[in-house]
Ligand binder design. Structure first.
Ligand code: ZN
Length: 262
């Protein structure tokens, strides 16, 4: 079978002498892996379209193996800044690894495709990458069947109202009120952090670039989402440690956005 597919390069690894294996998130076929033969030779016409984060149009051949063969590729949007800026590279790599880990091969999802493209495009355009990546984390959890409870207490059903003593239980998957929040797995959150998570969910993906957090809220929101994700993903994400080391640098507070409008 030969098919055309719009796709985003989530991963691109050298393979053998001159080939590359790319992981593509495609619109019609979902996540697929494809071998691009001879792509590391000079003047290969596939070179540009197989670079990490590229959004392109591809012609793929499906044989008997679980690996497609990339026959043609054409760049639609190169998203070049994501490869040239170290910070953006770290955020975009994390975003793509997360998508790769959470998506099952050959299960198309139009919504996730649009989400990933919207997040990478806004990152490329200069919106704060921190908020975009947090948005992606929550949106993927919501979409893929792990929607965290953010409207009230998971245990007793008490509706959320801004107040102290609330927390999040990553394992159980949502908010826990002050009365129920005694388990060691409950992480306390400030009212501002809970409101930030709730506000994130109300935004469409194309607007996620507006998200801004104070440094303190940023840390809380990141930890809450990490707890929720770690309960759903097996094993560590390779790109996370590097990203977190960059985020920890004090001069990188600007990545959270300066406005602090949470
Ligand atoms: Zn409760």
């Amino acid at each position: 079978m030969i098919y055309h597919a719009e796709g985003i390069v989530l991963r691109s690894q050298p393979f053998g002498e001159a080939d590359r294996i790319i992981t593509l998130l495609t619109r019609p076929e979902g996540k697929v892996r494809a071998v691009a033969r001879g792509v590391r030779r000079t003047r290969s016409r596939l070179m540009g379209s197989t670079q990490l984060f590229t959004y392109g149009s591809y012609l793929l051949v499906r044989g008997r193996s679980d690996l497609e063969t990339l026959s043609q590729g054409e760049i639609r949007e190169s998203l070049r800044r994501l490869r040239e800026d170290l910070d953006l590279m770290a955020y975009a790599s994390y975003a793509c690894e997360l998508v790769d880990r959470m998506m099952v091969e050959r299960e198309p999802d139009e919504f996730v495709f649009g989400l990933v493209l919207a997040v990478l495009r806004q990152m490329e355009a200069g919106s704060p990458p921190f908020g975009l990546v947090r948005y992606l984390e929550l949106a993927l959890l919501d979409r893929l069947g792990y929607r965290p409870e953010l409207d009230g207490c998971l245990r007793c059903g008490k509706a959320w109202s801004p107040g102290n003593g609330w927390g999040i239980d990553g394992e159980a998957g949502g908010l826990i009120c002050p009365e129920c929040g005694t388990a060691p797995t409950v992480r306390r959150l400030s009212p501002g952090a809970v409101e930030s998570l709730r506000r994130m969910r109300s935004l469409p993906a194309e607007r996620a670039g507006v998200l801004r957090f104070s440094a303190e809220t940023a840390r809380e929101v990141r930890s809450a989402l990490r707890d929720l994700l770690d309960a759903r993903i097996e094993g560590p994400l390779k790109t996370r440690a590097f990203l977190e080391s960059l985020e920890a640098a004090p001069w990188k507070e600007a990545n959270h956005g300066r406005a602090g409008s949470d």
